[in-house]
Design a protein around this ligand. Sequence first.
Ligand code: MN
Length: 245
Amino acid sequence: MKILISNDDGYLAPGLVALAEALAPIAEITVIAPDSNRSGSSNSLTLDRPLSLQRAPNGFYFVNGTPSDCVHLALTGILPIKPDLVVSGINQGQNMGDDTLYSGTVAAATEGFLFGVPSIAFSQVEHGWQHLDAAARLARDFVERRFEKLQKPFLLNVNVPNRPYEDLTRIVATRLGKRHMSEPVIKMQDPHGSDIYWVGPRGAAKDAGEGTDFHAAQQGWVSVTPLQIDLTHVAQLAALKESLA
Ligand code: MN
């Protein structure tokens, strides 16, 4: 099995190293990741400058671009053969509900999916990398035990609680929840007296009821959400047709 691995925290991130180490024994892996932290970069591609590909001493490749750039490059010119699977992560921090639209971790997986390759994004629920070894082992188990059974191609968003491996006993299928609107921007002044702004923190969970990714994570369960890319609001389509007639 050939697996392409990427992330959005950058090629030096502990989550990427742990994921690569966990998957190496069960697959032929290639790691291509951004040269710096590109969290929140969503599905952006770099179109205003060329990209470079460099190889780190540990064999990982890194690109001066986004997670989507990395997977795009890999699938359209660098890898000699299409991989069987794209795996992204393990991200530092949850990607649930509306986060999935902004996430570079999910975007790397999405890029694989857009090219017809089954893809999985893995995130740890809390920041700080606690129990990263457990999340990495969970990721390997998931690939090893579930890949054959899953309907392909798939795009899965997996959130793993920061718990010891023994406590990651329950894996549940979920839908995305929803968050409240983000907190306001934080206004500051730079050393020269000009106003600057930090984008504020994301909102708290709003729809976190049973069946959602938020709910699963709250129970300490591993949440797996199947994603799709078609944003068409099918339920509104008929009404729109009528109003445009
Ligand atoms: Mn990230």
